[in-house]
Write a protein that binds this ligand. Sequence first.
Ligand code: ADP
Length: 159
Amino acid sequence: MVRALYPGSFDPVTRGHLDLVHRARALFGSVTVAVARNSGKNPIFTVEERIELLQQELPDDVAVVGFSELVVEFCKREGFGVVLRGLRNVGDFEFEYQMALTNRHLRPEIETVFVMPSHAYSYVSSSLIKDVVRYGGDVSSFVTPRVEAAMRAKLARQG
Ligand code: ADP
C-alpha cells in the first residue's frame, strides 16, 4: 500500500487542492495533507487554522498534519513513499521539476507524483484568491463557503 504525502502552504485550501486530494485517493492507499510550518509566504492563516480548515473540508480518511522539516525527511521518518504535488499549468512546471529532482537527490527512494486538477481549477491559486477577497470580489467558485467566510472574518479583523 503506497502512502502519499501532499505537502504545501494551503493558505487557504482551495477547490483545486480538494480536487487533487479527491483524485489522489483513487490512486494511493492513503493520502495525508501536510501543512508547511516554515513557508515564507506571508500567510493570513496560522498553521493551526489552515489544518482545521483542511480537516473540515476533507473526508475523514484523509489525515492533516503540520511539519517543519525537509519534506523527504518527513516522508522517510513517517513511512510515506510518494510526495504528491499538483501541476496546474506550464508555469508550475519549472519550479516543481527542480524541487522533484532535488528531493530525488536527497532521498532517491521517495517518488514525486504529479496530478493535474480539473481544468476549472487550473488557474486557481491561494495567493490570487486572497487578493480577490481583500478587494471584495466573489471567490465562491474557488473556495468552499466555509473557507470564504473564514477569509472574510480574518481580513476584516486585520483591517
Ligand atoms: P506551495 O507553497 O507548496 O506551493 P500551495 O498550497 O500553494 O503550496 O500548493 C500546494 C500544492 O498544491 C502544489 O503542488 C501546488 O502546485 C498544488 N496546487 C495549488 N493550487 C492548486 C490547484 N488549483 N489545483 C491543483 N493543485 C494545486
